[in-house]
Design a protein. Structure first.
Length: 156
């Protein structure tokens, strides 16, 4: 009697070899996926911060509701506020939370360095109340968003 290939079973050794190969592939792939996640979180945080700055500047230039608009920076969020002074309890604040592991690690505005801070843009001109930079970091790299005295926003 001739045995058919499909009638044979899989041995325990074959199962262990297949599992071992899968584990090795997972160990090789996992760190790269983690690095990609960190890189993407940093990129998203940088883009959100720049977007919020442009939005506040645009609202000030357009003199929406006849007001200035500013941006407040906290380590884990960026907030657009109305007026020249940030009020954390204002109902019209626009809050964008940054996704971990990216966070704002340094805010240097008007020569003063801190972990948080705010600036506003003048109505109709878009000139910022303070020039400076915002450093956004993750565990392996960082990006610096700069605001010039003319209101130009750039990323280094």
């Amino acid at each position: 009697m001739k045995s058919n290939f499909f009638e044979k079973g899989i041995t325990a050794a074959e199962v262990l070899i297949a599992i071992s190969v899968l584990v090795i592939l997972a160990l090789i792939t996992f760190p790269r996926l983690s690095d990609m996640r960190e890189t993407q979180a940093l990129k998203n945080a940088e883009e959100e911060t720049v977007s919020m700055l442009h939005d506040a500047k645009s609202r000030s230039l357009a003199s929406v509701n006849s007001s200035e608009y500013g941006v407040h920076f906290d380590p884990d969020k960026v907030i657009i506020f109305t007026g020249k002074t940030y009020n954390p309890n204002a109902s019209d604040n626009v809050v964008t939370s940054l996704v971990s592991p990216a966070s704002i690690t340094n805010v240097t505005l008007g020569g003063v360095s801190s972990s948080s801070g705010d600036l506003y843009f003048e109505r109709l001109t878009g000139i910022p109340s303070q020039a400076g930079s915002i450093t956004i970091s993750n565990s392996s790299s960082s990006k610096v968003v700069s605001i010039s005295v003319t209101g130009a926003i750039s990323v280094n």
